[in-house]
Design a protein around this ligand. Structure first.
Ligand code: GLA
Length: 349
């Protein structure tokens, strides 16, 4: 992913996409399936390698982090800099960096702003390994920065993004298969207006519930709903039922995409939302209302919460042109395209 050039002479441009998960949420850490796509909203870092400190200015926050290397503590201010510090610590980076971060991924919206930042930082400061190693580094960094025991959905989407394709990911097998996005389907993302932070959410508690279920019935991704009769706790059973049924919906949605069956695809998204709302209980009243409103628009096939939940964005699958202005609902919305992977360019200064 990097080329060998004199670092002090090199201008670095690193770009990492955000992602929208079309279907398959809260399945990654349970070894299940998901169908996300990398999107044309992302993080860009431009700067120069060299020196013995990390100096990064965030255009979004209008603040600058300056940290001497090696970084000893990731719990620094400003808060966004914790992700940068965590990546640098994980990489045990030697050369410093001086540059600027710009991002078009809304924060805390379920579109992977933090994985996009972490991966852009890693590439900018000289990560030199495979995409899989990069994804794992970003996952470790997320945990070090904010203590979230996330899966690999966001990181895989970012490093394996494929132009014009969604990605069918099997987290047990660590396999990723690009699935062409049909021309008859447009993907719109609408912000609910509710910001969420993963750290402050019940994410870890949901993950623990899945682990509890799997300690009783085995790998959830290969269980059937009938197997859950062995789970006596009603809440744990519902959490596990979400994972099992969601994995099947991912497979069905992949077939629908391949068959260009937009109606079936939308119906599966709607069912996924119902399961995340009722069984997994990670939706909110505002998100449910927005989903209901969007589904009434002619040409909309389906709408669901996306990402961890507890607020954030809704993803909509619709006929091309059905939603002319994605910002007209809450002030923030985007028509998104399936995009390519994170990358870095090294230019002679
Ligand atoms: C967050 C996590 C992912 C995944 C989703 C829910 O985005 O970072 O690993 O668990 O929530 O699907």
């Amino acid at each position: 992913m990097t080329a060998a050039v004199n670092p002090a002479m090199t201008r670095v441009v690193a770009r990492a996409p955000g992602r929208v998960n079309l279907i398959g949420d809260h399945t990654d850490y349970a070894g299940g399936l998901a169908l996300p796509m990398a999107i044309d909203l992302g993080t860009t870092i431009i700067g120069h390698r060299g020196g013995d400190q990390l100096r990064l200015h965030s255009e979004q926050f209008r603040t600058t982090m300056i940290e001497a290397l090696p970084i000893m503590d990731t719990q620094i201010e400003p808060t966004w800099a914790r992700y940068v510090a965590a990546v640098a610590t994980e990489m045990r980076v030697s050369p410093g960096f001086d540059g600027t971060i710009t991002s078009t991924v809304p924060l805390g919206a379920g579109l992977s702003s933090s994985a996009s930042l972490e991966i852009a930082v890693a590439l900018a400061i000289g990560f030199d390994g495979t995409p899989m190693e990069l994804a794992l580094l970003a996952q470790r960094s997320e945990f070090a920065a904010v203590g979230v025991p996330c899966g690999l959905l966001d990181q895989f989407s970012c490093v394996f993004g494929c132009d014009g394709h969604a990605l069918l990911i099997d987290f047990n097998a660590s396999s990723i298969e690009p699935v062409p996005m049909p021309e008859n389907l447009e993907i719109i993302v609408v912000h609910s207006g509710i910001e969420r932070t993963l750290a402050g959410s019940a994410y870890a508690e949901r993950r623990a519930a899945c682990e509890m279920a799997s300690s009783i019935v085995g790998d959830l991704a290969s269980c059937s709903v009938d197997d859950l009769s062995a789970v006596s706790d009603r809440v744990i059973r519902r959490r596990a039922r979400h994972v099992i049924t969601e994995c099947q919906r991912v497979l069905d949605a992949t077939s629908a995409l391949r068959g260009e069956d937009a109606i079936a695809f939308g119906a599966l998204m709607n069912e996924s939302h119902r399961s995340l709302r009722d069984d997994f209980e990670v939706s909110t009243h505002e998100v449910d209302e927005l989903v209901g409103h969007l589904r009434l628009i002619p040409g909309v096939h389906g709408a669901r919460m996306t990402g961890a939940g507890f607020g954030g964005c809704v993803v909509v699958a619709c006929e091309p042109g059905a939603i002319v202005d994605p910002t007209s609902f809450t002030g923030r919305g985007w028509k998104v395209r399936a995009s390519g992977p994170a990358r870095v360019e090294l230019l002679e200064a």
